[in-house]
Design a protein around this ligand. Structure first.
Ligand code: CS2
Ligand code: MG
Length: 412
């Protein structure tokens, strides 16, 4: 099972995706997701210019050895670009191993630990009425757990909220900048943490009054608070029994969560921009979080995220893998196989991809009654339609950024 061919495919059906496609001497094809939202071509270069030639002629069955070789031989370790490139190779090799064995990848990882994966979707609205519509739309699509993001009075545009046109088009199932906005410069939004902290508890109170106590509710703070502000938010949301509060403080200082923990029992999730187990080491050991947000795509692949989650399991910390649409269908499939097999699965984020994306990536996962299942096709269960992929060339796109009222650039 020798790797004979390695191609990096960039396609932009609803958004940009970077996919590594490996072919072996015995005819197996393996796919890996290497998409880093807004910085896609950096990973393309890392793979095409530095990795592909190292793969040709290697034994495709040696997944762990290939991971260690790519990680340790580069000298420059960690970081989103390196770890997404390694992730793509790792995913593609698991895909090939599954195909060679005639088994879905979750069987190679130990088999199913559950019947399906509880998934959450993203509801948003400019006011409570719109937000309720968006929650109802998600419930009608089967979602049993829902992330709640709301506009803040006085702020004209904030991330995660659908504006007029977007809301009308999809009842809040997609928001502005989802997918990232195509163009040569990022859009600018505004931000004010004090207004946000005043407003958000009123939104959760209204949602609980409307939808009752049972539905698991989540919220994302997008790294915008100081530790004491984050502590205050966690405390003020305690009466509304959140499933988790995500990314409250900037990820560079994970020990900031110590202070948040001292003040609130609201469960905490972090790590969608983390790349290795070392980013998590301290906050797992000190039990400063409840959910690991890392994506297979950004955490060095199935092999490395599995190790991270097994370390987390020793501390009763569960998975909450990142799953917005910038995780490609290949990355989502990898998350589903891993999530199905580990003991400490928590929840899976799931934003549906668009029709064009689904035509490029033929998928075999199922979505029923609020639960995902990767299916039983050998490997990851995703096929890349190269003709369709070729119809959607790369287009530059950026996530937005935000400024305070006085013009200061704020945290993402
Ligand atoms: C978000 C993402 O899904 C989430 O929790 O934080 O939408 C995030 O903004 C994008 O994935 C950025 O690439
Ligand atoms: Mg997030």
């Amino acid at each position: 099972m020798i790797i004979e061919r390695a191609d990096v495919i960039v396609t932009s059906p609803d958004r940009n995706f970077v996919t590594l496609r490996l072919e072996t001497s015995d005819g197996h094809v393996g796919l890996g997701d290497a998409t880093v939202n807004g910085r896609e071509l950096a990973v393309v270069s890392y793979l095409r210019d530095h990795v592909v030639q190292l793969l040709i002629g290697r034994d495709a069955s040696r997944i762990e050895d290939t991971w260690q070789f790519l990680y340790r031989s580069a000298y420059w370790r960690r970081g989103p670009i390196t770890m997404a490139a390694i992730a793509a190779v790792d995913m593609a090799l698991w895909d090939i191993k599954g195909k060679a064995a005639g088994l879905p990848v979750y069987q190679l990882l130990g088999g199913a630990s559950r019947t399906g994966l509880l998934a959450y979707g993203h509801a948003s609205g400019r006011d409570n009425e719109e937000l309720f519509d968006s929650v109802r739309k998600h419930q009608a699509e089967g979602y049993k757990a829902i992330r709640i993001q709301a506009a803040v009075p006085g702020l004209t545009s904030i991330y995660g909220i659908a504006s007029n046109a977007t809301f009308e088009a999809n009842k809040g199932a997609r928001y502005d900048h989802e997918p990232a906005q195509r163009g040569a410069f990022p859009a600018e939004e505004d931000w004010d943490t004090r207004s946000y902290l005043r407003h958000i508890p009123t939104v959760f109170e209204a949602v609980r009054n409307e939808f009752g106590p049972e539905i698991p509710l989540l919220h994302d703070g997008h790294h915008r608070m100081t530790p004491i502000q984050a502590a205050s938010l966690g405390k003020s949301l305690e009466p509304f029994d959140l499933f988790w509060l995500e990314d409250l403080t900037p990820a560079e200082n994970p020990e900031a969560l110590r202070l948040v923990r001292q003040h609130t029992t609201t469960p905490l999730a972090i790590g969608e921009i983390f790349n290795t187990v070392w980013d998590y080491q301290q906050i797992i050991r000190e039990q400063l979080i409840d959910y690991v947000r890392g994506a297979v795509t950004h955490m060095g692949g199935i092999s490395h995220l599995k190790k991270t989650l097994e370390y987390a399991a020793q501390y009763q910390i569960k998975s909450g893998m990142h799953g917005p649409t910038d995780i490609s269908p290949v990355g989502m499939a990898a998350a589903m196989h891993l999530g199905l097999s580990i003991h400490n699965f928590g929840i899976q984020e799931y934003m549906k991809h668009g029709a064009a994306t689904d035509s490029v990536f033929e998928q075999s996962f199922t979505w029923a009654d609020g639960m995902l299942h990767p299916g039983d096709e050998p490997g990851l269960g995703v096929a890349l339609n190269l003709d369709e992929a070729g119809r959607y060339p790369y287009e530059q796109a950026y996530l937005p950024y935000n400024r305070l009222a006085d013009g200061t650039v704020h945290d993402w």
